[in-house]
Design a protein around this ligand. Structure first.
Ligand code: PNW
Length: 482
């Protein structure tokens, strides 16, 4: 039996675009994801998020359900175009009311809200009029939007996340073009990330100057990173793996903790990597109170300049491999989820240690972890033992990291509900709750019961016959640390 530290936060996570639906209701303006999902061919199963889980109308049921499960924290996002339909200026009172009521209901049920201010649904007007995150002016507009939220909700919200996964916005939205706004470039990702980091810095400064003293909350980002393990012991592969993590997480973590991008990025990208002024550096350095991490999988990295071998698909999770001279690969023995992502719990533990060491022992919160499976409804239940196995193994790796000294303070399971999985539509199911999208009916999967017990007891049961039990400790080091 493994007890988690007292006060460890157990929650689930969702995002506005993926669950709310009601895309033209409540005074909301269109977002870039509304537009993108409506372009034929962009969503692999031909669906849109117009209705999705219809959380906009069913939120009371969803909050009561979370309380029934004993989940005491919930990470959700605020839709910017619900608050400011045109992205700037006029505020939509119905949008404010929707989130205020949601927050009040959560608190009334003893559930602590963790609020993401930007989970990719940029107001469409800002894309059409200003080119979205490519325009440095977005940083100031974002700060104004954030201040509206701090003002409206900050008396009750004490945990803020400025941005969800700027890596995805940059690489998948502006490099690979498979996420909104669908652009393909080898320079724009770095410009977009730069604007997002400046936006984060401005919003945090605003929060600290005007709100934090009175409201007493905390603020950070949720960055995603997969682990990159050297394919071989060869020093060039070790360097390739180290470089790959720096390009992935160091890209955002280094500015936040050290004030600038990793040297290896500067050396390889030259003028394609924008520069911070010294004032911006001072603003961004030290601008998060906890390290939000979204983590799903691991890949092997090897040094390679053979450009043809690079797989630029979202499932290869490659990013812009040319800039790194890194080839990614998987172990054919790994079990994969529905997304093609390998189940490699030891990668999670190694990544937690990487963050702990590089950024001087920050408090880390796993703001997302989970898996998609081809869940099917049998009668009135969904038996998703494979998800339980995944969660159990990843949480065992987390527990081991905690025992080794990593300051992991919380865990948010992605996701509370099956939902709209971006360019894959409704086909991947990430929820611990099955959603029948034809009727909106929610059906708890067996993983919901399992997670409920964990959240109530704070105790992880022994791994027993878990199929990933030998993948918790480091298989690349001698001596099993299980
Ligand atoms: C994250 N990738 O997205 C998001 O924060 C969630 O909205 C999403 O539903 C969840 O993970 C599951 O995918 C990602 O290909 C999407 O590297 C794609 C990638 C990473 C994260």
């Amino acid at each position: 039996m493994s007890s988690f530290p007292a006060g460890f936060v157990w929650g689930t996570a969702t995002s506005s675009f993926q669950i709310e639906g009601a895309w033209l209701e409540g005074g909301k303006g269109p977002s870039i994801w509304d537009a993108f999902a409506h372009i034929p061919g962009k969503i692999s199963d031909g669906t849109t998020a117009d209705v999705s889980c219809d959380h906009f109308h069913r939120w009371k049921e969803d909050v009561a359900y979370m309380a029934d499960l004993g989940l005491r924290a919930y990470r959700f996002s605020i839709s910017w175009p619900r608050i400011q339909p045109a992205g700037r200026g006029k505020v939509n009172p119905e949008g404010i009311r929707f989130y205020a009521e949601l927050i009040d209901a959560l608190l009334a049920h003893g559930i602590t809200p963790w609020v993401t201010l930007y989970h990719w649904d940029l107001p469409l007007a800002l894309q059409l009029e200003l080119d979205g995150w490519l325009n440095p002016a977005l940083a100031g507009l974002y700060k104004e939007y954030a201040a509206i939220c701090f003002e409206a909700f900050g008396d009750r919200v004490k945990h803020w996340i400025t941005f969800n996964e700027p890596w995805v916005v940059s690489i998948m939205g502006h490099g690979q073009g498979i996420f909104a706004p669908g652009r393909m470039s080898n320079a724009e990702p770095y410009q977009v990330a730069h604007t997002i980091l400046r936006a984060h810095g401005l919003a945090v400064r605003e929060y600290r100057d005007r709100f934090q003293g009175v409201q007493g909350g905390r603020i950070g980002m949720a960055n995603n990173c997969d682990w990159r393990e050297p394919r071989t012991e060869d020093p060039v592969d070790k360097a390739a793996a180290a470089r790959a993590v720096e390009f992935f997480l160091g890209w955002f973590g280094d500015p936040l903790y050290r004030g600038d991008y990793p040297d290896v990025m500067r050396a390889r990208l030259g003028s394609r990597l924008p520069s911070f002024t010294s004032e911006e550096q001072a603003m961004i350095r030290g601008s998060q109170d906890f390290f939000g991490l979204n983590h799903y999988t691991t890949m092997y990295a090897s040094h390679s300049t053979d450009r043809k071998s690079f797989t630029l698909s979202p499932f290869a999770n490659g990013g812009i491999s040319e800039d790194q001279d890194v080839r990614l690969s998987m172990d054919p023995d790994w079990t994969i989820t529905n997304q093609g992502w390998g189940i490699v719990p030891w990668g999670c533990r190694k990544l937690l240690h990487w963050i702990d060491q590089r950024y001087d022992h920050p408090e880390i919160v796993l703001t997302e972890n989970g898996c998609s499976l081809p869940d099917v409804l049998h009668g009135a239940t969904v038996d998703d033992q494979k998800r339980i196995d995944y969660l159990h193994a990843y949480l065992s790796a987390c527990h081991q990291a905690i025992r080794e000294g990593v300051r992991l303070g919380g865990y948010f399971l992605w996701s509370l509900l099956d939902n709209f999985e971006w360019s894959s539509g409704y086909t991947p199911r990430f929820g611990i709750t099955y959603v029948d999208f034809a009727t909106g009916r929610r059906i708890p999967k067996s993983s919901a019961q399992w997670y409920s017990r964990l959240a109530r007891t704070n105790v992880l049961p022994p791994l027993g016959t878990n199929p990933y039990r030998d993948l918790i400790g480091d298989p690349h080091e001698s001596g099993d640390t299980r």
